[in-house]
Design a protein around this ligand. Structure first.
Ligand SMILES: *Cc1c(COP(=O)(O)O)cnc(C)c1O
Length: 403
């Protein structure tokens, strides 16, 4: 039985919605993008949502908007996908990598130790869909002595008066960060990825959630950022396409990172039925939990804690006392059963580019320990119970061989 790792969820409704966009006479940013933004807003309870063409481009734009520059520092976990740090570098600042906790997420104590007067932002990452401890992180940046360290250098930073918290919520659309509150509104800014392997997808895409407090106006900010995502052109292509609407101006240094309607159409039907899709992901997660909880070598992934609940994006199984070599060998065994698994993540300091920048994995012992024993199992709504059972058996027999 062949089990792919993470195929996109494409049913007839998705196809119909895309065909509708194609036949409408308008294929780039327009009504479908607006509808998707509204659906994500409604689903998450976020104040404003702006869709762009990827998580990465959205994060670069938000850091540019915030005004980071050379010499500034942005704190990120070492244990994440490379985009988290690359966005910081593209925006012109230095990623300061810190270690993680046992739940895979950035350690709040490590953040505290890394804060300097150059720190302009923190990017926590909800690894596998399990939200970070945002109450602790938001309390930290609001502590009087941490606020006193903050050196505002732009008008926005002046108005804000503290370190910005931008959640890399690439995995956590649909997670609960507190009882009754979905992720998206837990930090100043949160960005979801709508990439092909994520829970809700537009093939490529990102959704920026705005939750800034006074004196910022999120609705006005939405308009400003929307323009910024369209080269800071005062009129978008939709308005310009109307008769007589040709004249425009360019009023700032923008980027070209808008989402197209054909892409938005893919995600639109998915988010409309997302509650059901989440239930199916949870079913798979529970089946794995039930099976592996019988073995004391298996460390189950974080699921729920103090009102926080995962979005069931990844099933990140860890194996007690395993070495990297044994983990790699167990993956080879599982692959022989035609089950595709993955590892989330190779910590950034282990990747050539970041090594060249001077980062060293020895400085991140927890990140390395999480990585070396981790295997991500397939988890998506289309998996049948028989298929999940097949994956479980493939893992169990591989473990018996390798241990
Ligand atoms: C997928 C992912 C990203 C990047 O998302 P894109 O939409 O592909 O730019 C960023 N951070 C994490 C943790 C991711 O998994």
């Amino acid at each position: 039985m062949k089990i792919p790792f993470s195929p996109p969820y494409i049913d007839q409704d998705v196809i119909n919605e895309v065909v509708d966009a194609l036949q409408s006479g308008w294929i780039t940013t327009g009504p479908k993008v607006k509808a998707l933004e509204n659906e994500i807003k409604r689903f998450t309870g976020t104040k404003e949502v702006l869709c762009v063409n990827s998580w990465t481009s959205g994060a670069i734009m938000m850091l540019k908007w915030w005004g980071v520059k050379e010499g500034d520092e942005v704190i990120v976990p070492a244990y994440t996908y490379c985009a988290t740090a690359l966005a910081v570098m593209h925006a012109g600042a230095k990623p300061v990598m810190v270690d993680s906790g046992d739940d895979f997420n950035i350690s709040v104590e490590a953040i505290r130790e890394a804060i300097t007067s150059r720190t302009k932002a923190i990017i926590p990452v909800d690894i596998a869909g399990f939200p970070c401890d945002y109450n602790a992180i938001m309390n930290l940046v609001n502590e009087p002595k941490i606020k006193a360290l903050f050196l505002p250098e732009t008008e926005n930073q002046q108005k804000f008066g503290r370190i910005l918290v931008l959640n890399d919520a690439a995995h956590s659309l649909g997670a609960w960060y507190e009882k009754g509150i979905r992720t998206g509104s837990e930090t100043d800014i949160a960005i979801f990825s709508l990439h092909a392997v994520k829970n809700v997808t537009t093939a490529e895409g990102g959704a920026i959630c705005l939750n800034l407090t006074e004196p910022f106006n999120n609705a006005a900010l939405y308009e400003e950022l929307r323009m910024m995502s369209l080269n800071c052109q005062t009129k978008d292509a939709f308005s310009k396409s109307k008769a007589g609407g040709w004249r425009y101006d360019v009023i700032g240094f923008g980027m070209k990172i808008n989402m197209a309607d054909v892409n938005a159409a893919i995600g639109l039907t998915q988010i409309r039925k997302y509650n059901e899709l989440l239930k199916e992901r949870k079913r798979v997660f529970q089946m794995y939990n039930e099976a592996f909880s019988k073995y004391d070598w298996a460390v189950l992934p974080p699921k729920e804690k103090d009102g926080r609940e995962t979005s069931y994006h990844l099933y990140a199984l860890r194996i007690k006392n395993f070495t990297e070599e044994k983990r790699d060998a167990i993956i080879d065994e599982i692959a022989k059963q035609e089950v595709a698994v993955n590892v989330h993540f190779i910590p950034m300091p282990m990747l050539t580019f970041f090594k060249q920048q001077g980062y060293n994995i020895d400085d991140y012992p927890v990140a390395y320990d999480n990585f070396k024993r981790e295997i991500s199992l397939p988890i998506y709504p289309q998996l049948t119970n028989d298929q999940v059972q097949y994956v479980i058996e493939a893992v169990l027999s591989a473990y018996e061989k390798i241990k």
